[in-house]
Design a protein around this ligand. Structure first.
Ligand SMILES: Nc1ncnc2c1ncn2[C@@H]1O[C@H](COP(=O)(O)OP(=O)(O)O)[C@@H](O)[C@H]1O
Ligand SMILES: [Mg+2]
Length: 233
């Protein structure tokens, strides 16, 4: 479905990603793990079209994505929940959700999409008229995820959705898992390595901009290098 082939991405002289390759199949949930500064956000931003690769290619269902503007990539159904949620704090929860449905392809269905998001997150329905900035961290993550679901994604990319949420992280992981079970393809970036490998089919470990390890998540969980570097055992 998504193919990332030998991608190199630079910030000025600094190579943040070097010949990174990755594949995501339809309906699959893939983990992208790695420490701070490994290049996880850079990869998501490049797939979203926010950064232009210095080399390598990206394709979606066999069609090249290179050079497409971010809004065109969104229209293909590839959407990202950014690191740090990035809600509009002075707008209500519902106004934030509606912002996710601005694409012409989904605008006419926004009321239906809103009902579905409130079905998934009843707490957002209760707080629909509350300002997003007044929500708890966990509720803000739900709102950020709900806003992206309004765009009817086909590939959902999540950048550290559980950051700062423990012990509430389990709830957001359960929701993500539920969405994947219903058929949504997911690329999950997280530093909660154990939880992330437990709910994904495949995983990639990024270190200093290169893929250091990849494989079935069950195998990565047993990998000695993963155990010492990320699981502390
Ligand atoms: N806008 C930027 N300008 C320059 N360097 C950046 C920028 N964003 C990230 N970097 C650098 O690129 C590397 C990868 O960063 P990032 O993709 O944010 O890593 P991660 O998400 O895995 O923590 C880091 O060394 C970081 O300092
Ligand atoms: Mg990051």
């Amino acid at each position: 479905m998504l193919r990332v082939d030998k991608l190199t991405v630079c910030y000025g002289q600094m190579q943040a990603l070097r010949t990174v390759s990755m594949e995501i199949s339809p309906g699959e949930m893939v983990a992208l793990i790695g420490g701070n500064g490994a290049g996880k956000t850079t990869l998501l931003n490049t797939i979203s079209g926010l950064l232009t690769p210095a080399a390598g290619s990206l394709s979606w269902e066999g069609k090249p994505l290179n050079g497409l503007a971010p809004d065109r990539i969104c229209r293909e159904g590839i959407v990202q929940v950014p690191e740090g949620r990035k809600l509009f704090p002075a707008m209500t929860v519902e106004e934030n959700l509606i912002m996710g449905a601005y694409l012409p392809t989904v605008l006419t269905e926004s009321q239906e999409a809103l009902r579905q998001v409130y079905d998934i997150f009843p707490r957002l329905a209760d707080r629909r008229r509350q300002l997003a900035g007044s929500l708890s961290g966990g509720e803000q993550q739900m709102a950020a995820l709900g806003r992206v679901l309004m765009a009817r994604p086909r590939l959902l990319m999540l950048d550290e959705p559980s950051l700062g949420l423990s012990p509430k992280a389990a709830e957001i992981f359960a929701t993500i898992r539920g969405l994947n079970k219903e058929g949504l393809s997911v690329l999950l970036v997280s530093q909660e390595v154990l939880e992330t490998l437990a709910i994904t089919a495949h995983g990639y470990v990024l270190e200093n901009g290169v893929v250091a390890l990849k494989g079935p998540s069950s195998e990565l969980l047993e990998d000695p290098q993963v155990k010492t570097s990320y699981l502390g055992r």
